[in-house]
Design a protein around this ligand. Structure first.
Ligand SMILES: Cc1cc2nc3c(=O)[nH]c(=O)nc-3n(C[C@H](O)[C@H](O)[C@H](O)COP(=O)(O)OP(=O)(O)OC[C@H]3O[C@@H](n4cnc5c(N)ncnc54)[C@H](O)[C@@H]3O)c2cc1C
Length: 453
């Protein structure tokens, strides 16, 4: 290996991993981590830090790692990120910190995400803890939603000495980290450990409490000094085509929730997903990739259908590569126009149409249009729609909180139109990324601290 190349991460063999839900990437061992850490040039002006939405002091944590001081390395990361074992796995580093790395100009950028993962995994293994402020504040804050936005906001407030309670609608904490991203990309034991370290900071988590139904926002406002809303964007979108109400058509969220949260692939599952023959997932983003790779693991002949070409696939390149290696079939430049069903309304196939690309549209993406008389039939047993999501506003349904024209919660410096009610993450931006949700949680925590002190 020369210094231009990054240290490769070992993965499970494609033909083995496409039959199990264990983690695909195996992480670095000590020798590999040190090899990679030694590639960092410790630039005087570290552009990688600018590329990180939460500004982790990357060269500093890598330096401590090189010096063999993992505890210090972890502390440096924790100053900016409380969910680093998660971010090390799922952040799109190739568009953020690693995209700015000087090493990337002539060769491979430093594998910053893999190093973050190594340090954080070591910290979790050795139970390194984050410290809470010794000053106890006499103020109570409620957090609605336990996704990365809510967890980060809760962590920062607890570290500052506030009394924090999270309300979560589901029976497990973590938001998309728990119910959306599959085990083979993000083991749930990692999410659980990160949630546990938050509890150690004194945060209470009330599960099975859908705010808006079990308790209203106004009731919480009477009880708490400030509130943070981090309810995400969990409502699936559909195409609106004929046959979409058939048995065997799912949203990606439903399939992934059933698999991740309810382990419905197990033989004794209470809500089983049938281990079937042919599945089509419609869409081209990370959610589509997670769904199709999950279905492959259930034994399906799993297809991804996307209306543009491979070049336009919005999913991370690495996910596309992994999917190909695992034997996912890609049906590109194709779009469904009708779901076909039997007499009992079960899916039996789809009528699809070939597509052609046109000029670039205003959104910077190439336009796409159906090719006349190209309709044909594909046979399948299930269809999964992975077409994006919208906000679920249950939590605020009896309030007069202001929304934007796009139906998102409107904020000004993280505060909503209701005093002392803050919001962030996907509920404010629309579906985005883990690190951006964390950044929003962090910002809201600092605004809350400034306001209520
Ligand atoms: C399948 C999938 C894969 C993804 N992969 C990646 C990836 O690889 N990398 C990446 O950076 N991003 C990824 N994302 C996007 C990322 O996960 C989200 O942007 C992020 O989780 C948003 O965080 P959040 O805290 O705003 O909301 P969420 O994670 O959605 O959490 C919101 C929480 O609020 C709870 N809630 C909602 N309503 C109520 C209520 N009324 N009362 C109480 N609780 C409520 C929900 O149950 C949920 O637990 C992925 C998303 C999906 C769906």
């Amino acid at each position: 290996m020369n210094n231009q190349e990054r240290t490769k991460m070992r993965t499970q063999e494609a033909n083995i991993r496409n039959k199990n839900f264990e983690e695909v990437e195996l992480g670095y061992n000590k020798e590999e981590a040190l090899n990679e850490a030694n590639r960092c040039l410790h630039c005087k002006i570290p552009r990688c830090v600018e590329g990180c939405p939460v500004n982790i002091q990357i060269p500093e944590f890598i330096k401590a790692l090189k010096e063999g001081n993992i505890k210090r390395s972890y502390e440096i990361i924790q100053e900016s990120s409380s969910l680093s074992a998660i971010c090390g796995r799922v952040c799109p580093q190739e568009k953020q910190c690693e995209a700015k790395c000087i090493r990337g100009i002539k060769g491979d950028s430093v594998a910053i995400g893999a190093l973050e993962r190594y340090v954080s995994d070591q910290a979790l293994l050795n139970n390194f803890s984050t410290t809470k402020s010794k000053i106890k504040k006499n103020k109570k804050i409620a957090i609605i939603g336990s996704g990365p936005a809510g967890l980060t906001c809760a962590g920062d407030l607890a570290k500052a000495g506030y009394n924090v309670t999270i309300y979560e609608a589901l029976h497990k904490a973590g938001g998309v980290l728990t119910y959306g991203i599959p085990e083979f990309r993000l083991p749930k034991s990692i999410v659980e450990k990160q949630v546990k370290s938050l509890k150690k900071l004194g945060v209470s988590i009330n599960l099975n409490v859908p705010v808006g139904n079990a308790i209203t926002l106004d009731e919480l406002r009477n009880e708490f000094d400030a509130i943070f809303i981090g309810t995400g964007a969990g409502i699936p979108k559909f195409m609106g085509i004929e046959g979409e109400d058939a048995s065997g058509v799912f949203s990606a969220n439903e399939i992934l929730t059933r698999i991740n949260l309810m382990k419905s692939y197990k033989e004794d599952a209470k809500t089983p997903i049938k281990h079937g023959k042919v599945a089509y997932v419609i869409g081209g983003g990370n959610v589509a990739m997670d769904s199709v790779r999950s279905l492959k693991r259930l034994g399906y002949n799993a297809h991804l259908m996307y209306r543009r070409s491979e070049e336009e696939l919005p999913a991370r390149k690495m996910e596309v590569e992994h999917a190909k290696e695992e034997g996912i079939e890609f049906n590109l430049l194709t779009n469904p126009v009708k779901i076909l069903t039997d007499e009992a309304n079960n899916v039996i196939g789809m009528e699809v149409v070939d597509m052609k690309l046109g000029d670039e549209g205003e959104d910077g993406r190439r336009k796409v249009a159906p090719i006349e008389n190209s309709n044909h039939i594909v046979n399948c047993d299930i269809v999964v729609m992975a077409l994006g999501t919208a906000q679920n506003h249950e939590a605020i349904k009896y309030s007069n909180i202001k929304l934007t024209d796009r139906g998102l919660i409107a904020v000004n410096n993280s505060e909503t139109s209701l005093e002392n009610v803050y919001a962030g993450g996907d509920a404010v931006t629309g579906a985005a990324t883990v690190i951006l949700a964390m950044e929003a949680g962090k910002k809201a925590a600092s605004e809350i601290i400034k306001k209520i002190n």
